[in-house]
Design a binder for this molecule. Structure first.
Ligand SMILES: [Zn+2]
Length: 288
């Protein structure tokens, strides 16, 4: 099997320490396995997209020497593709239209576990509807960092929202399939989404085997995940700070770079990282 991995940031702000850790780990894992490393911009949600963030992310990756293969994919340019797969799900009765508003779901206690209301009471045509996938039992999998994840019951969930946006779950599964991605290395905040994604893959008859590695998160002091909302600082891009940040990130990933490596140039740090990459050393959690 030829390794194909990817890094898929949302352009909601510049790269911070947490997203750099994900980028570096997925890059090293791909390169250590003679694989391809693709870049995908997950800009499906226009209100969350920050102008200039994509350019800033690409420039930072380049400055850190994280060179991607093939052309950059942008989800905002692929809406027609997602629409076709949504239609397939509807046609094959794996999904149905749902018109329930959030307040209606709340009133029925059906926010987390959908109660099937719109299967019994199909919505009127004309007004906007969401498209909801029928739930089911997910497939267990052995995460390369977090260990064995048991099968779980997944409730019916939306793949297309009433406000006209495709759900992240659908876009990711479709893109990974069409790009032949077979290794997903990403942050642990997405571990809980994997069951839904596996179920979607089954419903869409995507039969490729996908391996997962969910990386520990760098948390802010208050225990929250680093993000634009928690005002995570962008990673520095001066030559000295790039070397120091790469060195520190290797350490956070449980790799054990020798002290002198911090004084070496970028190429040496990359070479060391690829030659010594050992995903079994990556901790399942980080406490700093
Ligand atoms: Zn409904």
């Amino acid at each position: 099997m030829i390794y194909r991995g990817r890094f898929a940031p949302s352009p909601t702000g510049p790269l911070h320490a947490g997203s750099l850790l994900t980028a570096l780990a997925s890059y090293l894992d791909a390169r250590a396995n003679n694989g391809s490393w693709l870049l995908r911009i997950e800009d499906l949600d226009p209100p969350r997209t920050q102008p200039g963030a994509e350019t800033s992310i690409l420039k930072t990756l380049e400055a850190y020497g994280l060179e991607w293969d093939e052309t950059v994919l942008r989800q905002s340019e692929r809406l027609e593709i997602y629409r076709e797969f949504c239609e397939q799900l509807l046609r094959e009765k794996h999904a149905y239209h749902c018109q329930c508003s959030r307040s209606q779901l709340k009133a029925r206690g059906a926010v987390k576990n959908y109660d099937g209301y719109c299967i019994q009471n199909p919505p009127n045509s004309g007004s906007p509807t969401a498209i909801r996938l029928r739930g089911g039992l997910s497939t267990p999998f052995d995460d390369r960092v977090q260990g064995v994840q048991q099968a779980e019951a997944v409730s019916d969930f939306t793949v297309f929202r009433r406000d006209g946006l495709f759900a992240y779950q659908l876009a990711v599964v479709v893109d990974d399939h069409l790009q032949n991605i077979n290794q997903i290395v990403r942050g642990k905040d997405l571990l809980s989404e994997t069951a839904k994604q596996g179920l979607l893959m089954q419903r869409l008859s995507f039969s490729q085997v996908t391996f997962y590695a969910h990386l520990p998160l760098i948390l802010a002091e208050d225990g929250q995940k680093l993000s634009k909302q928690t005002l995570a600082q962008p990673v520095a891009t001066t030559p000295d700070s790039i070397r120091t940040t790469l060195f520190k990130t290797l350490r956070l990933l449980g790799q054990e770079p020798p002290n002198h490596l911090i004084y070496n140039d970028l190429t040496d740090i990359h070479t060391w990282g690829i030659e010594h990459w050992n995903i079994n050393k990556v901790p399942s959690d980080l406490s700093i």
